[in-house]
Design a protein around this ligand. Sequence first.
Ligand code: ATP
Length: 299
Amino acid sequence: MTLLLKNITKRFGQFTAVNDLTLEVPENEMFGFLGANGAGKTTTFRMVLGLIDQTEGTITWNGKGINYSTTPEIGYLPEERGLYPKMKVMDQIVYLARLRGMKKQEIVKELDIWLERFNVPEYKHKKIEELSKGNQQKIQFIAAVIHKPKLLILDEPFSGLDPVNVELLKEAVIEMKENGTTIVFSSHRMEHVEELCENLCIMHHGTPVVHGELKTIKRSFGKKNISIHADFDLSSLQEVEGVLKWKKSTEGVRLQVESESIAEKVFQHVVSLGFVRKFELEEPSLHDIFIEKVGSSYE
Ligand SMILES: Nc1ncnc2c1ncn2[C@@H]1O[C@H](COP(=O)(O)OP(=O)(O)OP(=O)(O)O)[C@@H](O)[C@H]1O
């Protein structure tokens, strides 16, 4: 049940939105798809779902082509949320889940479980337009997953949700993954991807610039961060060769250094200055990697 994208290119007239993208998302995987605004994420999702055609390349799920409307085992949370404002929550979900091949009785049973889980059972008979934006998003998420898809595509699933609801949604996707669903999601929030994904791809102007296992990507980035807590002036660390970034924190400083050997030099320098309450060498964050690869064009 692998999702395979092979040399995918999408052109809109003269403009290339996706350029020679090759990806493999193994079964039972949560895959992070990142990129600045306009990088080509939604366009790629639409091609994966067969909603638009690629200009070049092939996309297969389990060895076969995908067509969202005729492949019920796929779930999709689109970026532009598509609920009918005047429809009641239950009617909306019943309508959408029937298109995914479910029977009404089963839909209502599952809907009750989801509404309870998302702390909104009272919304079942309310009109969509009466719900807040975040709650509408939870309903749209339910519509994407109620039929227990085998492949789930989530375009910015966490945007617009408060921290409590982000956690509820995260728990739900983790559980689905554990139950065998392959999930691909896009996000601008690096910490979500860091927490949820083993593998990821960062797109930049339609081209994949980073692709692979999160652990390996971090290790091969080379640069490291150091967190130091001390009660004396640490500004002289800026002068140590190989220190790339220096930033004050509440209890000391945070540095980015070129390599682990530079970290040793920093350590020797700092202990010569006085007592250090904390000195910790950290892997770079995905945020650091993203900023370096995608640069100032990221908003
Ligand atoms: N139908 C279309 N016709 C012409 N250009 C398009 C079309 N759809 C998308 N594009 C262009 O393709 C590029 C990629 O858009 P896409 O929506 O895939 O980006 P994205 O990575 O999802 O961005 P965001 O993070 O803002 O949602 C953009 O420059 C966009 O303007």
